[in-house]
Design a protein around this ligand. Structure first.
Ligand code: HEM
Length: 311
């Protein structure tokens, strides 16, 4: 790949929010690496082209490769920081690792288009993979999580999204790629809705109706915002770009939490702070109302990286 020009990022990594999403998790059949690489390239290219074709409906998406399976597909080189999902457990707070080989994330403001494209992508992979998980996300009210709180307010904005989410010069071969973490959270909404609104707000660290951040001195150490708002050794904010959306049915529902970042460390530190707390017993009380069912680590390379294997 020519490193002189900026490789093209997969456009779903930094895209703005949509009304609908489909998440497809695949595992590869044995011994198909040579056929699968061109297939992955075609799917990534197809998604890239549809972004133009369905621009009116804000179509976008990306393909990401599982951390545990990277070396099987692309043994020539590995993103410098790629590692398996950092599973954690403390008390009744659990962040299990469930890894998949491939993650296809597509989003659009028209659900019919998404459904069509998801089927097409499944076809394009033919007999090379098995579809092991499928979930459909949706926008709930004005960008709220199913807890009723607005989600995504403090996400990076404008071009800062790229600066947070995409690998830059620090790993030239993987420039414009992104470290992706996915956790499927199932909420206990009946337990949550039994809480008075003020207690819910104390758990998030923001007001519910108007989405106003608590003053610093009013934020409980156990609030979600307090636990994930971290600074690095130089005092700079550690950021991730969240692309989460509510998912599910009456039976099981919650948040498909999706983080993309130029380093996997920020997500890991935040999750650590939520589950293990600050060393003084202050862990994230939101975790009493939701349960992570999965936890997967991927890398979404640039389109140009994947296209090296296009046929
Ligand atoms: C902020 C919900 C999991 C990282 C927020 C906010 C809500 C929320 C309502 C406030 C609005 C906003 O700024 O977006 C949830 C729910 C989760 C969840 C319902 C799971 C069930 C996570 C996880 C992480 C995370 C696993 C990272 C490991 C963040 C960050 C912010 C945030 C970085 C912005 C903090 C700030 O700068 O104020 N989340 N979240 N969240 N969340 Fe989560």
């Amino acid at each position: 790949m020519d490193n002189q020009v900026m490789p093209r990022e997969q456009l779903g990594i930094c895209a703005e929010g949509n009304l609908h999403s489909i998440y497809l998790m695949f595992n590869a059949n044995d011994g198909v690496e040579d056929q699968l690489r061109p297939s992955i390239a075609s799917v990534a290219q197809y998604i890239y082209e549809l972004t133009d074709q369905y621009a009116d409906s804000a179509f976008n998406g990306f393909v990401a490769i599982g951390a545990n399976f990277w070396d099987t597909y692309y043994p020539e080189a590995r993103p410098a920081l790629l590692k398996p999902f950092p599973s954690m457990n403390e008390g009744n707070r659990d962040a299990p690792a469930i890894e998949y080989d491939l993650f296809v994330h597509i989003r659009c403001d028209r659900f019919d288009i998404l459904h069509l494209v998801a089927n097409e992508i499944n076809q394009m992979f033919e007999d090379l993979v098995e579809l092991v998980e499928e979930e459909r996300g949706f926008r709930f009210m004005d960008n709220r999580d199913l807890t009723g709180f607005v989600d995504g307010t403090e996400n990076p904005k404008g071009r800062h999204r790229q600066q947070v989410a995409l690998v830059a010069e620090e790993d030239p071969e993987f420039k414009s790629g992104s470290y992706i973490h996915v956790q499927k959270y199932a909420h206990n909404l009946s337990k949550w809705h039994r809480l008075p609104v003020k207690k819910q707000e104390d758990i998030i660290g923001r007001t519910k109706q108007d989405d106003i951040e608590y003053e610093s001195e009013d934020k409980p150490l156990t609030s979600h915002i307090k636990r994930v708002n971290l600074k690095d050794a130089n005092g700079a904010s550690m950021e991730i770009l969240r692309q989460s959306m509510p998912y599910g049915s009456v039976k099981e529902q919650g948040l498909m939490f999706i983080s993309s970042c130029k380093t996997p460390d920020n997500f890991e530190q935040m999750l650590r702070s939520m589950i293990y707390g600050d060393g003084h017993g202050n862990h994230d009380h939101l975790m009493q109302f939701t349960k992570a069912l999965t936890g997967s680590s991927f890398f979404a390379p640039s389109l140009d990286f994947l296209m090296q294997w296009d046929e």
